[in-house]
Design a protein around this ligand. Sequence first.
Ligand code: CTP
Length: 155
Amino acid sequence: MPKKKTVITYGTFDLFHIGHLRLLKRAKELGDHLIVGVSTDRFNAIKGKRSIIPFEHRAEIVKAIRYVDEVIEENSWEQKVDDIKNYEVDILVMGEDWKGKFDHLKEYCDVVYLPRTHGVSSTELKTSLRNLLEVSPARLREALAMLEQILRELE
Ligand code: CTP
């Protein structure tokens, strides 16, 4: 029987969205066993990133995705070589935003960069949330005018 193909990928997976889901689906289609390294909050701080959802929750969500067989912690940039060896990884999958950045790992396994889903990212979701919560000066003026109207009617 041929050896099962193991695929590994890494990411933060904050505010889990359709781009994440499609990436994991396509990664799984490349093999039989999909391992996902979810970035810990501490590693995100090193990367200059801060997630809204804490590591334990992000890891639990990713683990529940049906394409995912195993979740591990991503703690450092350097762990990939050890992970590839320890888990006998055949293919490392990264989104094409990382194109070329992991070519040095081709010495240990295949490296595949998959296209991203357009129009969605954790960063964009955070911006949308911020915009939703922001009260514009025009809206404030409108509310003030309404209040003044109510007060006049009460006089
Ligand atoms: N990904 C994707 N399509 C998107 C967003 C992400 O295919 N629209 C992929 C990334 O290329 C990566 C994985 O999903 O392989 C995890 O990405 P992550 O960095 O956690 O997600 P982003 O939404 O890109 O987060 P951020 O905006 O913080 O960079």
